[in-house]
Design a protein around this ligand. Structure first.
Ligand code: DQA
Length: 147
């Protein structure tokens, strides 16, 4: 099973960026934790981060070419703005779970809307770094049910 995690803008700043909102784990910590979870489950995991919308679109499209079975995406602020990311997820039709470290629904009203959620399998938010593990478990459960 091949899963790819895609992190959007400013998530490379985790650990430094508003720790009271996003916690003290760095992106490397989160990826390392997810890699060890993936290893136990026999999942082939790749991780990618970019601050650029077009790069993120390219990575979603590349997932189709690479035979990725499931995507985990934290689109950062593009969650609330990007029709391009939504269309890319819709175009590749790879089961995708949207993850947010913070509870976007308990924050500013502009964060309450996700352009991606309607084309995703589900959304996990407010669970901090644990959300990525939960997303992987949910994806695997979904993918195994489909076989
Ligand atoms: C975020 C929530 C977004 O609203 C914000 O722009 C981020 C991080 C989260 O993980 O909680 O960059 O996606």
């Amino acid at each position: 099973m091949k899963i790819k995690v895609i992190h959007g803008p400013n998530l490379n700043m985790l650990g430094v960026r508003e720790p009271e909102v996003y916690g003290r784990h760095t992106l490397d910590d989160i990826n390392a934790d997810l890699c060890s979870h993936a290893k136990k489950l026999g999942v082939d995991l790749t991780c990618y981060q970019s601050n650029h919308e077009g790069d993120l679109v390219d990575q979603i499209q590349q997932a189709l070419t690479d035979g990725i079975n499931g995507l985990i995406i934290n689109p950062g602020a593009y969650t609330h703005t990007s029709i391009a990311l939504r269309d890319a997820i819709s175009a590749v039709a790879i089961p995708t779970v949207e993850v947010h470290l913070s509870n976007i629904h308990a924050r500013e009203s502009f964060r309450h809307v996700s352009y991606l959620a309607p084309v995703c399998l589900g959304q996990i938010c407010g669970m901090g770094a644990l959300g990525y593990r939960l997303a992987m478990d949910g994806l695997l459960n979904h993918l195994s049910c489909r076989q």
